[in-house]
Ligand binder design. Structure first.
Ligand SMILES: Nc1ncnc2c1ncn2[C@@H]1O[C@H](COP(=O)(O)OP(=O)(O)OP(=O)(O)O)[C@@H](O)[C@H]1O
Ligand SMILES: [Mg+2]
Length: 494
């Protein structure tokens, strides 16, 4: 028996057309499980693995229900609300929503801090069918009288268990309290825990819970490794791994750690940007843009990037510092191996961290392969991150300011400059003696697995130039980009 189509599940044809155009033709397990109920107006609590398509699982019923109800958004009174923990995630959800909303001419307004509130206030005033928000700024605007939630028909909490964490819960409760009791509510995450019960009991009525996969069965196409090493190997090993072809997300515990590491990677020749809470919103946006476009091949982030963020073809996630707990491990790791693609996850562990790492991988239901890396240039590095190491002197090149007034060069700490093409075009091979090589980095790795790169030796590495780096890890496994299909999800996640 073939699996149901979106239409079979009740998704209106005008919306399936939009999905078709995006190459999304058959539902993933979490979509297949939840759509009949969510489209019917039920309250739903849904859990499906990272990268398994939860965004459409809540956006499709959102748009379909608003269309069916046919009301008009009034000034300052949005008709629906999507709450998410970070600005980047709000922006990303909006991007997925835009073509669906357009079908019905629905207006959207994002609401988050770190940017001026003027445009947000104006958008609310004009009337917004859908508000996508981080809780803090939305509360501010409500307090200032710019927004009321009395007309809300559908409320969605993405990363719902995180929204039930102490830091968010009070604001989330106040916001939900301000929405009508009989509105529809959809809560989604890759991990659910007891904390969410508070929200479920109080705000969902006769909810249906769908868990599209078992809590203890991680994404199948994700390979988990732990590298045990002395502390002094950490940076050279990171340079080695991140200078291989493909996109990498590196997680650190602290903002300071993310900043320092991005700077070190750039200095060593790996074009890197940082993402953490100490950056201005402009810098955050610029850095994410640079990572999306391929100008930066490595994103060094705190857990701010752990939840929900999707960048195509991230083939490697490195926990440069082990995460604090197992949920963070799953979400961080989930930035790779998305949408049926394969990916590798590496945790760097000093001997002192051994016990913590063991506990958290066990709690996450993961059995990683543990390798001792006693010397730099250990063969496991090129096995996990195959391909020729390529270094760009100075890392990410900040575009020369127009006119030539003095910016201090590009070495910098994740400052992704403007748009200039040609970035990364003249990467040097690591054997040529600059960058990481000078720091005891990836010597001797050049050329290994080079056949996977798609570029001839000595030519520009294809993986780093375009918007879509080639897949790099894992012998012969499929790349994610452009190959989204439900079969790969199903094969991967069941
Ligand atoms: N039915 C589908 N077929 C193919 N690709 C899909 C399908 N649904 C969603 N996708 C794609 O899968 C990718 C991951 O989706 P999404 O970001 O919604 O995952 P998620 O489950 O929310 O993950 P996370 O838990 O990390 O937030 C996106 O690129 C999305 O476009
Ligand atoms: Mg998501």
């Amino acid at each position: 028996m073939s699996s149901p189509s979106f239409a079979d599940l009740g998704v209106p044809t005008d919306l399936t057309r939009v999905l078709d155009a995006a190459g999304i033709t058959s539902p993933t397990p979490i979509q297949a499980a939840t759509l009949p109920d969510s489209l019917a107006g039920r309250d739903v609590l849904g859990r499906g693995r990272t990268g398994s398509g939860k965004t459409y699982a809540f956006l499709l019923p959102l748009v379909a229900r608003l269309a069916a109800s046919g009301r008009t958004a009034r000034s300052g009174k949005p008709r629906s609300l999507v709450l998410a923990p970070t600005r980047e995630l709000v922006a990303q959800i909006q991007e997925s929503l835009a073509p669906l909303a357009k079908v019905h001419g629905f207006t959207m307004q994002t609401v988050f801090g770190g940017v001026g509130q003027g445009p947000q206030v104006a958008g609310l005033k004009r009337g917004a069918d859908i508000v996508l928000a981080c809780p803090g700024r939305l509360e501010d605007l409500i307090k200032q009288g710019h927004c009321r939630l009395d007309d809300i028909e559908v409320t969605i909490l993405d990363e719902a268990d995180h929204m039930a964490d102490l830091g968010f819960l009070p604001a989330v409760r106040r916001l939900l309290d301000a929405t009508p009791r009989d509105g529809q509510r959809l809560l989604f995450s890759a991990t659910l825990d007891n904390a969410i019960d508070v929200l479920v009991k109080r705000y969902l009525s006769q909810p249906v819970t769908h868990q599209a996969d078992s809590a203890q069965s991680p994404v199948v196409q994700m390979d988990h490794h732990v590298l045990r090493m002395p502390r002094e190997h950490r940076v050279p090993v990171l340079v080695d791994l991140t200078s291989a072809p493909g996109r990498t997300v590196v997680f650190t515990r602290t903002k300071h750690g993310a900043k320092a590491l991005a700077r070190q990677l750039n200095k060593s020749g790996v074009p890197s940007v940082e993402l953490h809470g100490n950056l201005s919103q402009n810098a955050r946006t610029r850095n994410m843009d640079a990572f999306h476009s391929g100008k930066a091949t490595t994103l060094v982030a705190t857990d701010i990037a752990a939840r929900g963020i999707h960048v195509d073809d991230v083939s490697l996630v490195v926990h440069a510092d082990p995460p604090a707990e197992h949920k963070a491990y799953l979400h961080r790791s989930g930035r790779t191996a998305r949408a049926g693609a394969a990916g590798t996850v590496i945790t760097l562990m000093t001997p002192e961290q051994e016990r913590d790492v063991r506990d958290l991988t066990r709690a996450a239901g993961i059995k990683p392969t543990i390798t001792r890396v006693d010397a730099l240039g250990h063969p496991v590095l090129s096995q996990l991150a195959p391909g020729e190491r390529v270094l760009v002197p100075g890392g990410i090149v900040v575009e020369a300011p127009r006119p030539a007034t003095g910016s201090t060069g590009g070495g910098g700490n994740g400052g992704a400059g403007g748009g200039g093409g040609g970035r990364n075009r003249n990467r040097r091979r690591s054997g040529s003696g600059s960058g990481a090589g000078a720091q005891g980095g990836p010597r001797g790795q050049g050329g290994q697995g080079g056949s996977r790169q798609g570029g001839k030796p000595g030519s520009k590495p294809a993986a780093k130039q375009g918007a879509k780096p080639a897949a790099r890890r894992g012998g012969g496994r499929p790349a994610g980009g452009g190959s989204h299909n439900a079969a790969s999800f199903s094969a991967g996640v069941r």
